[in-house]
Write a new protein. Structure first.
Length: 414
């Protein structure tokens, strides 16, 4: 049974002046949309929401032709770059704003946490806001009172519960907002990136609660975050948005892999060799032969590099291929050299492997350099980035602690 259905949903915004320009047209628009419930008669074609290009139209589609269903009990991660339309999608679902075209059908009560302070009256106390939010969701005073102690305890705001929320810090506001949204028994829980405001302890606590809500109580969760580890641990399915449209839908692992792959598909291919000895192709393979840019912490990661040379080139015996492991911001972690001297064939395939439980969860980059050290340079390529994800192994029980990038086990004498 579908809990949520997006049927050809689109949201268009007009840049600059909002009205149609005349009172009669404004009145016609209001009558058509709000009384007759028809499409906006002044709707323009406009452009997609591509922030990388300067458009000519004054109309921008923040979302365009969104079609997908969410089944009851599913936990769905909405993934995409800044400006892809994630928050707009959740605002439409939460009825903060209405779609320009299309229809959204949701079955059950929706609890939303979209922005810091969403749904709070700043002059009211935390306790009063709990009762107000519960009443908006259709709960009786007795139902809210029964949940009150649990909400206050989860939020950690007991000392300040009778203080106006305008005095709360952003972190306290998010704590209380999430506690209310998660505990007032909604059929659909909608959570935007606001959890990033909380500390590591609260984020872990909130994700655990969302897992309980979805798995234990069979409720539906839509979750937006830029933290891919949280996505992988919490969600079952994923929707990837790009420029306001759905680029990919599938299980969460394949969706995250598609997102991390970007334009290079996690595979480097040399287009125009500039050297007689060059790197032709590099691709990554996991333990299960999955060629992607996403691997588990307890998974071997194999990199296959294909190098080629011109037929008349004699490779010096001292030539090497240096494999440099770096962070995403190109900080070097370690270097390994593979001899390639006396290469007779025109093409050679070289594999190198990082064993499981060596690279801690992070995003990494491989740089390959073909050279004779301090003598001659042939080719250098920064290949595609890859990500190691936290899949719940024993070493990662220290959630939120910076354990570095690689694991080194020294010899210890006791």
């Amino acid at each position: 049974m579908n809990a949520i259905e997006f049927d050809h949903v689109g949201k268009q915004y007009r840049l600059g002046l909002v009205s149609t320009g005349t009172f009669s047209d404004d009145l016609t628009r209001w009558w058509t949309m709000h009384v007759r419930h028809k499409e906006d008669p002044f709707l323009k074609i406009g452009e997609t929401n591509d922030r990388t290009k300067k458009g000519d139209s004054r109309f921008v589609w923040a979302l365009k032709d969104i079609n997908f269903n969410v089944e009851q009990g599913d936990v769905v991660g909405i993934i995409g770059k800044n400006g892809a339309g994630k928050s707009t999608l959740l605002k439409l679902l939460s009825r903060v704003t209405t779609p320009t075209v299309g229809e959204i059908r949701a079955r059950g009560r929706i609890a939303s946490l979209l922005e810091v302070g969403t749904g709070f009256h700043p002059e009211m106390t935390g306790r009063e806001n709990i009762f107000m939010n519960g009443a908006i969701m259709g709960m009786t005073k007795q139902e809210i009172t029964r949940k009150l102690d649990e909400i206050v305890d989860f939020s950690g705001c007991e000392r300040y519960i009778d203080t106006p929320v305008k005095r709360y810090s952003s972190g306290m506001t998010v704590r209380l907002g999430f506690a209310i949204a998660a505990h007032l028994e909604p059929e659909i829980l909608v959570v935007d990136e606001v959890l990033a405001v909380g500390d590591a302890e609260f984020q872990k606590k909130a994700i655990g609660k969302m897992q309980d809500v979805s798995k234990g109580q069979g409720r539906t969760v839509l979750f937006v975050s830029h933290n891919m580890d949280s996505m992988l641990n919490l969600c079952q399915k994923g929707v990837l948005l790009e420029n306001g449209s759905v680029k990919y839908m599938g299980d969460i692992r394949s969706t995250v892999s598609e997102y991390l792959g970007g334009d290079n598909d996690n595979k480097f291919i040399q287009k125009k060799p500039q050297s007689p000895l060059f790197i032709s192709t590099v691709f990554f393979t996991g333990t299960h032969e999955n060629q992607s840019g996403l691997f588990n912490f307890d998974e071997d990661i194999t990199f296959t590099a294909v190098i080629k040379k011109d037929a008349d080139l004699k490779v010096d015996k001292n030539a090497v291929m240096s494999v440099i492991l770096m962070t995403a911001n190109r900080t070097r972690i370690c270097n390994y050299e593979i001899p390639i001297g006396d290469m007779q064939e025109s093409e050679r395939s070289i594999e190198f492997r990082y064993k499981s439980k060596t690279l801690l969860p992070n995003t990494y980059l491989i740089r390959i350099v073909m050279h004779i050290p301090n003598v001659q340079f042939y080719d250098r390529q920064d290949t595609c980035s890859f990500k190691v994800s936290d899949n719940g192994t024993e070493f990662l029980k220290y959630n939120g602690t910076d354990n570095g990038l690689i694991i080194y086990t020294p010899d210890v004498n006791m």
